[in-house]
Ligand binder design. Sequence first.
Ligand code: ZN
Ligand code: ZN
Length: 405
Amino acid sequence: MVVIDGVSDRGLVTPLDSAEKPNLNKLAKMGINGIMDTIKPGVRPGSDTAHLALLGYDPFKYYTGRGPIEAAGVGIELREGDVAFRVNFGTVEGEGSVFDKVVVDRRAGRISDTDELVKAVNEEVDLSKFGVEFIFKRGSGHRGALVLRDDLSDKVSDVDPKKVGKKVKRCIPLVDDEKAKRTAEVVNYFVQSSHEVLDNHPLNLERAERGLPKANVLLLRGVGKVPHLPKFEERFGMRLAVISGTALIKGVVRLLGGDVIDVEGATGGKNTNLDAKVQAALKALEDYDFVLLHIKATDEYGHDGDFEGKKAFIEKVDRAIEPLLSLDFSEVCLVVTADHSTPVNVRDHTADPVPVTIVYKDVRPDDVDTFSELKAYKGGLHRITGNNLFNILLDLINKAEKFGA
Ligand code: ZN
Ligand code: ZN
Protein backbone atom coordinates (compact mmCIF):
# COMPACT_ATOMS: atom_id res chain seq x y z
CA MET A 1 0.00 0.00 0.00
CA VAL A 2 1.47 3.29 -1.14
CA VAL A 3 0.03 6.27 0.72
CA ILE A 4 0.91 9.61 -0.82
CA ASP A 5 0.03 11.91 2.08
CA GLY A 6 -2.47 14.63 1.22
CA VAL A 7 -1.92 14.13 -2.53
CA SER A 8 -5.37 15.25 -3.67
CA ASP A 9 -6.85 18.73 -3.80
CA ARG A 10 -10.07 20.68 -4.15
CA GLY A 11 -11.11 22.53 -7.30
CA LEU A 12 -11.07 21.94 -11.03
CA VAL A 13 -7.34 22.38 -11.60
CA THR A 14 -5.25 20.40 -9.14
CA PRO A 15 -1.54 19.54 -8.78
CA LEU A 16 -2.30 15.81 -9.06
CA ASP A 17 -4.58 16.12 -12.07
CA SER A 18 -2.21 18.40 -13.96
CA ALA A 19 1.04 16.57 -13.09
CA GLU A 20 2.91 14.49 -15.69
CA LYS A 21 2.60 11.05 -14.13
CA PRO A 22 2.82 8.26 -16.71
CA ASN A 23 3.53 5.54 -14.14
CA LEU A 24 0.66 6.36 -11.82
CA ASN A 25 -1.58 6.58 -14.87
CA LYS A 26 -0.46 3.12 -16.05
CA LEU A 27 -1.37 1.70 -12.65
CA ALA A 28 -4.79 3.38 -12.79
CA LYS A 29 -5.31 1.86 -16.23
CA MET A 30 -4.30 -1.61 -15.06
CA GLY A 31 -6.35 -1.51 -11.90
CA ILE A 32 -9.75 -0.82 -10.44
CA ASN A 33 -10.32 2.74 -9.25
CA GLY A 34 -12.54 4.81 -7.04
CA ILE A 35 -12.68 7.65 -4.59
CA MET A 36 -12.43 7.16 -0.85
CA ASP A 37 -13.48 8.90 2.35
CA THR A 38 -10.77 7.49 4.60
CA ILE A 39 -12.82 8.05 7.78
CA LYS A 40 -16.29 8.85 6.46
CA PRO A 41 -17.87 11.50 4.23
CA GLY A 42 -17.39 15.00 5.57
CA VAL A 43 -14.94 14.07 8.31
CA ARG A 44 -11.57 15.80 7.94
CA PRO A 45 -9.01 13.14 8.70
CA GLY A 46 -5.82 13.49 10.67
CA SER A 47 -2.96 11.45 9.26
CA ASP A 48 -3.09 9.21 12.34
CA THR A 49 -6.82 8.42 12.30
CA ALA A 50 -6.73 7.99 8.52
CA HIS A 51 -3.90 5.48 8.71
CA LEU A 52 -5.71 3.51 11.42
CA ALA A 53 -8.67 3.28 9.04
CA LEU A 54 -6.49 2.29 6.09
CA LEU A 55 -5.02 -0.52 8.18
CA GLY A 56 -8.41 -1.91 9.11
CA TYR A 57 -8.91 -0.27 12.52
CA ASP A 58 -12.03 1.78 13.20
CA PRO A 59 -10.60 5.13 14.38
CA PHE A 60 -13.76 5.94 16.34
CA LYS A 61 -13.12 2.85 18.41
CA TYR A 62 -9.34 2.84 18.72
CA TYR A 63 -8.11 6.43 18.55
CA THR A 64 -7.42 7.97 21.95
CA GLY A 65 -5.37 11.02 20.96
CA ARG A 66 -2.10 11.85 19.34
CA GLY A 67 0.13 11.48 22.41
CA PRO A 68 0.30 7.67 22.44
CA ILE A 69 0.97 7.51 18.69
CA GLU A 70 3.70 10.14 18.87
CA ALA A 71 5.26 8.32 21.85
CA ALA A 72 5.26 5.00 19.99
CA GLY A 73 6.71 6.87 17.00
CA VAL A 74 9.76 8.06 18.92
CA GLY A 75 10.35 4.51 20.10
CA ILE A 76 8.86 4.40 23.62
CA GLU A 77 7.65 0.91 24.51
CA LEU A 78 4.13 1.64 25.66
CA ARG A 79 1.96 -0.32 28.02
CA GLU A 80 -1.81 -0.32 27.98
CA GLY A 81 -2.98 2.38 30.39
CA ASP A 82 0.08 4.63 30.00
CA VAL A 83 -0.78 8.30 29.64
CA ALA A 84 1.19 9.94 26.82
CA PHE A 85 1.70 13.51 25.61
CA ARG A 86 3.29 15.18 22.63
CA VAL A 87 5.97 17.59 23.73
CA ASN A 88 7.48 20.69 22.18
CA PHE A 89 10.61 22.33 23.48
CA GLY A 90 9.61 26.00 23.74
CA THR A 91 10.95 29.25 25.09
CA VAL A 92 9.47 31.17 28.03
CA GLU A 93 10.43 34.53 29.50
CA GLY A 94 9.44 36.34 32.68
CA GLU A 95 9.60 36.02 36.44
CA GLY A 96 8.12 33.60 38.93
CA SER A 97 7.02 30.03 38.36
CA VAL A 98 6.83 28.57 34.86
CA PHE A 99 3.08 29.27 34.87
CA ASP A 100 3.73 33.00 35.34
CA LYS A 101 5.98 33.10 32.31
CA VAL A 102 5.07 33.92 28.74
CA VAL A 103 5.76 31.66 25.77
CA VAL A 104 7.85 33.63 23.27
CA ASP A 105 8.67 30.74 20.92
CA ARG A 106 6.76 27.47 20.67
CA ARG A 107 9.68 25.70 18.97
CA ALA A 108 12.66 27.17 20.81
CA GLY A 109 14.10 28.59 17.59
CA ARG A 110 13.53 25.21 15.91
CA ILE A 111 16.31 23.73 18.00
CA SER A 112 17.67 20.63 16.28
CA ASP A 113 19.67 18.79 18.91
CA THR A 114 18.00 18.21 22.26
CA ASP A 115 19.89 15.10 23.40
CA GLU A 116 21.69 16.81 26.31
CA LEU A 117 18.52 18.54 27.50
CA VAL A 118 16.48 15.35 27.37
CA LYS A 119 19.19 13.56 29.33
CA ALA A 120 19.18 16.26 32.02
CA VAL A 121 15.40 16.12 32.42
CA ASN A 122 15.49 12.34 32.71
CA GLU A 123 18.25 12.47 35.32
CA GLU A 124 17.11 15.40 37.42
CA VAL A 125 13.32 15.46 37.41
CA ASP A 126 11.97 13.15 40.06
CA LEU A 127 8.32 12.11 40.27
CA SER A 128 8.91 9.39 42.84
CA LYS A 129 7.08 11.31 45.55
CA PHE A 130 3.95 10.74 43.46
CA GLY A 131 4.89 7.14 42.84
CA VAL A 132 4.89 7.87 39.13
CA GLU A 133 7.44 6.66 36.62
CA PHE A 134 8.04 8.80 33.54
CA ILE A 135 9.69 8.24 30.17
CA PHE A 136 10.76 11.25 28.16
CA LYS A 137 12.26 10.90 24.69
CA ARG A 138 13.17 13.32 21.96
CA GLY A 139 11.65 13.26 18.50
CA SER A 140 12.89 15.15 15.47
CA GLY A 141 13.85 18.81 15.93
CA HIS A 142 12.04 20.50 18.80
CA ARG A 143 9.65 17.57 19.29
CA GLY A 144 9.42 14.84 21.86
CA ALA A 145 7.05 12.62 23.78
CA LEU A 146 6.33 12.06 27.45
CA VAL A 147 4.80 9.00 29.04
CA LEU A 148 3.52 8.87 32.62
CA ARG A 149 3.25 5.35 33.96
CA ASP A 150 0.84 4.75 36.80
CA ASP A 151 -2.89 4.56 37.22
CA LEU A 152 -3.52 8.04 35.80
CA SER A 153 -6.16 9.82 33.75
CA ASP A 154 -6.11 11.41 30.29
CA LYS A 155 -8.96 13.73 31.22
CA VAL A 156 -6.66 16.69 31.75
CA SER A 157 -5.98 19.87 29.80
CA ASP A 158 -2.98 20.90 27.67
CA VAL A 159 -0.07 22.91 29.02
CA ASP A 160 0.78 24.34 25.61
CA PRO A 161 -1.10 27.65 25.10
CA LYS A 162 -0.64 27.06 21.33
CA LYS A 163 0.08 30.75 20.79
CA VAL A 164 3.08 32.96 21.48
CA GLY A 165 2.55 35.85 23.85
CA LYS A 166 0.45 33.71 26.21
CA LYS A 167 1.34 32.24 29.56
CA VAL A 168 2.08 28.55 30.00
CA LYS A 169 -1.24 26.95 30.91
CA ARG A 170 -1.62 25.15 34.17
CA CYS A 171 -2.86 21.60 33.60
CA ILE A 172 -6.36 21.18 35.03
CA PRO A 173 -8.58 18.13 35.50
CA LEU A 174 -11.42 18.05 32.96
CA VAL A 175 -13.59 15.76 35.06
CA ASP A 176 -14.33 15.77 38.74
CA ASP A 177 -12.41 12.74 39.93
CA GLU A 178 -9.36 12.02 42.04
CA LYS A 179 -7.41 10.40 39.26
CA ALA A 180 -7.68 13.42 36.97
CA LYS A 181 -6.82 15.77 39.85
CA ARG A 182 -3.76 13.74 40.70
CA THR A 183 -2.68 13.58 37.05
CA ALA A 184 -2.93 17.37 36.71
CA GLU A 185 -0.85 17.76 39.86
CA VAL A 186 1.84 15.43 38.50
CA VAL A 187 1.88 17.20 35.13
CA ASN A 188 2.23 20.65 36.71
CA TYR A 189 5.03 19.42 38.94
CA PHE A 190 6.80 17.91 35.92
CA VAL A 191 6.49 21.11 33.87
CA GLN A 192 7.78 23.31 36.71
CA SER A 193 10.57 20.93 37.66
CA SER A 194 11.77 20.37 34.08
CA HIS A 195 11.68 24.14 33.53
CA GLU A 196 14.08 24.64 36.45
CA VAL A 197 16.43 22.00 35.05
CA LEU A 198 16.31 23.40 31.53
CA ASP A 199 16.49 27.10 32.32
CA ASN A 200 19.84 26.71 34.07
CA HIS A 201 21.29 24.06 31.79
CA PRO A 202 24.72 25.02 30.36
CA LEU A 203 23.52 24.45 26.81
CA ASN A 204 20.72 26.96 27.32
CA LEU A 205 22.98 29.50 29.04
CA GLU A 206 25.25 29.20 26.02
CA ARG A 207 22.29 29.59 23.63
CA ALA A 208 21.23 32.74 25.48
CA GLU A 209 24.75 34.16 25.14
CA ARG A 210 24.66 33.52 21.41
CA GLY A 211 21.31 35.32 21.18
CA LEU A 212 19.35 32.08 20.54
CA PRO A 213 16.08 31.31 22.33
CA LYS A 214 16.53 29.02 25.32
CA ALA A 215 14.78 25.65 25.05
CA ASN A 216 13.56 26.09 28.61
CA VAL A 217 10.01 24.76 28.75
CA LEU A 218 8.28 21.52 27.81
CA LEU A 219 4.89 22.28 26.25
CA LEU A 220 2.64 19.27 26.66
CA ARG A 221 -0.43 18.58 24.52
CA GLY A 222 -2.35 15.82 22.74
CA VAL A 223 -2.79 13.75 25.89
CA GLY A 224 -4.14 10.25 25.45
CA LYS A 225 -4.30 6.97 27.25
CA VAL A 226 -2.67 4.05 25.47
CA PRO A 227 -5.59 1.99 24.18
CA HIS A 228 -5.89 -1.74 23.95
CA LEU A 229 -5.17 -2.38 20.29
CA PRO A 230 -5.41 -5.93 18.99
CA LYS A 231 -2.22 -6.62 17.06
CA PHE A 232 -2.40 -6.53 13.28
CA GLU A 233 -0.74 -9.91 12.89
CA GLU A 234 -3.13 -11.56 15.37
CA ARG A 235 -6.16 -10.01 13.75
CA PHE A 236 -5.34 -10.53 10.11
CA GLY A 237 -2.61 -13.18 10.07
CA MET A 238 -0.26 -10.87 8.21
CA ARG A 239 3.11 -9.46 9.20
CA LEU A 240 3.07 -5.67 8.90
CA ALA A 241 5.92 -3.27 8.14
CA VAL A 242 6.08 0.44 7.38
CA ILE A 243 8.55 2.60 5.53
CA SER A 244 8.05 6.20 6.54
CA GLY A 245 10.11 9.17 7.66
CA THR A 246 7.26 10.45 9.84
CA ALA A 247 7.13 9.63 13.56
CA LEU A 248 3.34 9.74 13.63
CA ILE A 249 2.96 7.05 10.96
CA LYS A 250 5.70 4.90 12.47
CA GLY A 251 3.83 5.27 15.76
CA VAL A 252 0.56 4.01 14.30
CA VAL A 253 2.28 0.91 12.93
CA ARG A 254 4.24 0.27 16.14
CA LEU A 255 1.03 0.47 18.18
CA LEU A 256 -0.41 -2.23 15.93
CA GLY A 257 2.63 -4.42 16.57
CA GLY A 258 4.18 -3.85 13.14
CA ASP A 259 7.83 -3.23 12.31
CA VAL A 260 9.42 0.02 11.24
CA ILE A 261 12.01 -0.31 8.49
CA ASP A 262 14.47 2.56 8.66
CA VAL A 263 15.77 3.82 5.36
CA GLU A 264 18.83 6.02 4.98
CA GLY A 265 17.71 9.42 3.76
CA ALA A 266 13.99 8.89 4.45
CA THR A 267 13.46 12.23 6.15
CA GLY A 268 9.70 12.58 5.92
CA GLY A 269 10.41 15.90 4.22
CA LYS A 270 10.73 17.42 0.77
CA ASN A 271 14.33 16.21 0.39
CA THR A 272 13.51 12.58 1.17
CA ASN A 273 15.17 9.72 -0.70
CA LEU A 274 12.20 8.30 -2.60
CA ASP A 275 14.18 5.77 -4.65
CA ALA A 276 15.66 4.23 -1.51
CA LYS A 277 12.20 4.01 0.06
CA VAL A 278 10.74 2.25 -2.97
CA GLN A 279 13.64 -0.21 -3.03
CA ALA A 280 13.21 -0.85 0.71
CA ALA A 281 9.50 -1.51 0.18
CA LEU A 282 10.18 -4.03 -2.58
CA LYS A 283 12.72 -5.76 -0.40
CA ALA A 284 10.35 -5.79 2.58
CA LEU A 285 7.86 -7.81 0.52
CA GLU A 286 10.23 -10.75 0.93
CA ASP A 287 9.72 -10.78 4.71
CA TYR A 288 6.34 -9.17 5.28
CA ASP A 289 2.80 -9.76 4.10
CA PHE A 290 1.63 -6.15 4.27
CA VAL A 291 4.03 -3.31 3.50
CA LEU A 292 2.97 0.31 3.92
CA LEU A 293 5.04 2.85 2.00
CA HIS A 294 4.24 6.34 3.24
CA ILE A 295 5.34 9.49 1.38
CA LYS A 296 4.88 12.71 3.29
CA ALA A 297 6.01 15.82 1.38
CA THR A 298 2.88 16.17 -0.79
CA ASP A 299 1.04 17.06 2.42
CA GLU A 300 3.68 19.64 3.34
CA TYR A 301 3.37 21.35 -0.04
CA GLY A 302 -0.39 21.40 0.52
CA HIS A 303 0.01 23.04 3.94
CA ASP A 304 2.39 25.57 2.33
CA GLY A 305 -0.18 26.38 -0.36
CA ASP A 306 2.49 25.61 -2.98
CA PHE A 307 0.73 24.38 -6.15
CA GLU A 308 3.82 24.15 -8.35
CA GLY A 309 5.93 22.55 -5.62
CA LYS A 310 3.27 19.93 -4.98
CA LYS A 311 2.87 19.18 -8.67
CA ALA A 312 6.64 18.85 -9.15
CA PHE A 313 6.91 16.53 -6.14
CA ILE A 314 4.07 14.32 -7.46
CA GLU A 315 6.06 14.03 -10.71
CA LYS A 316 9.08 13.00 -8.64
CA VAL A 317 6.98 10.37 -6.85
CA ASP A 318 5.78 9.13 -10.23
CA ARG A 319 9.35 8.58 -11.43
CA ALA A 320 10.34 6.92 -8.16
CA ILE A 321 7.52 4.37 -8.18
CA GLU A 322 8.36 3.06 -11.66
CA PRO A 323 9.86 -0.19 -10.24
CA LEU A 324 6.44 -1.03 -8.78
CA LEU A 325 5.11 -1.52 -12.30
CA SER A 326 7.27 -4.61 -12.64
CA LEU A 327 5.72 -6.32 -9.62
CA ASP A 328 4.16 -9.70 -10.28
CA PHE A 329 0.50 -8.83 -9.84
CA SER A 330 -0.50 -12.44 -9.69
CA GLU A 331 1.41 -12.47 -6.38
CA VAL A 332 1.25 -8.92 -5.10
CA CYS A 333 -1.78 -6.74 -4.61
CA LEU A 334 -0.80 -3.07 -4.94
CA VAL A 335 -2.83 -0.12 -3.66
CA VAL A 336 -2.02 3.50 -4.38
CA THR A 337 -3.98 6.10 -2.46
CA ALA A 338 -3.81 8.93 0.08
CA ASP A 339 -4.82 9.43 3.70
CA HIS A 340 -6.74 12.68 3.00
CA SER A 341 -6.69 15.70 0.73
CA THR A 342 -4.49 18.68 1.60
CA PRO A 343 -5.64 21.28 -0.93
CA VAL A 344 -3.19 24.09 -1.65
CA ASN A 345 -6.10 26.54 -1.56
CA VAL A 346 -7.14 25.42 1.95
CA ARG A 347 -3.66 24.67 3.36
CA ASP A 348 -5.07 22.07 5.67
CA HIS A 349 -6.62 18.62 5.53
CA THR A 350 -10.10 18.44 4.07
CA ALA A 351 -12.66 15.69 3.68
CA ASP A 352 -12.58 15.85 -0.14
CA PRO A 353 -12.32 12.17 -1.07
CA VAL A 354 -8.99 10.77 -2.25
CA PRO A 355 -8.31 8.63 -5.33
CA VAL A 356 -7.64 4.94 -4.85
CA THR A 357 -6.28 2.38 -7.29
CA ILE A 358 -5.97 -1.37 -6.69
CA VAL A 359 -3.84 -3.43 -9.07
CA TYR A 360 -4.12 -7.18 -8.73
CA LYS A 361 -4.66 -10.18 -10.96
CA ASP A 362 -8.38 -10.57 -10.51
CA VAL A 363 -9.67 -7.01 -10.13
CA ARG A 364 -12.29 -5.94 -12.63
CA PRO A 365 -10.73 -3.34 -14.87
CA ASP A 366 -12.58 -0.09 -15.52
CA ASP A 367 -12.36 2.85 -17.89
CA VAL A 368 -10.20 5.04 -15.65
CA ASP A 369 -6.79 5.63 -17.21
CA THR A 370 -5.53 8.52 -15.04
CA PHE A 371 -4.56 8.63 -11.36
CA SER A 372 -6.53 11.71 -10.41
CA GLU A 373 -9.00 12.82 -7.77
CA LEU A 374 -11.08 14.28 -10.63
CA LYS A 375 -11.37 11.05 -12.63
CA ALA A 376 -11.22 8.19 -10.16
CA TYR A 377 -14.93 8.32 -9.31
CA LYS A 378 -15.68 6.79 -12.70
CA GLY A 379 -14.01 3.56 -11.63
CA GLY A 380 -15.50 0.32 -10.42
CA LEU A 381 -14.89 0.96 -6.73
CA HIS A 382 -17.05 4.08 -6.84
CA ARG A 383 -16.99 5.75 -3.40
CA ILE A 384 -15.74 3.77 -0.42
CA THR A 385 -14.33 4.38 3.06
CA GLY A 386 -10.89 3.48 4.44
CA ASN A 387 -12.31 0.52 6.36
CA ASN A 388 -14.17 -0.58 3.19
CA LEU A 389 -10.87 -0.53 1.32
CA PHE A 390 -9.20 -2.77 3.87
CA ASN A 391 -12.08 -5.24 3.73
CA ILE A 392 -12.02 -5.22 -0.07
CA LEU A 393 -8.31 -6.05 0.05
CA LEU A 394 -8.85 -8.90 2.51
CA ASP A 395 -11.49 -10.28 0.18
CA LEU A 396 -9.32 -9.96 -2.94
CA ILE A 397 -6.44 -11.85 -1.34
CA ASN A 398 -8.82 -14.48 0.03
CA LYS A 399 -8.29 -13.65 3.68
CA ALA A 400 -11.83 -12.46 4.37
CA GLU A 401 -14.13 -14.54 6.51
CA LYS A 402 -17.54 -15.56 5.28
CA PHE A 403 -20.50 -13.73 6.81
CA GLY A 404 -23.23 -16.29 7.33
CA ALA A 405 -23.42 -19.89 6.21
ZN1 ZN B 1 -1.65 12.92 6.20
ZN1 ZN C 1 -0.95 17.41 7.05
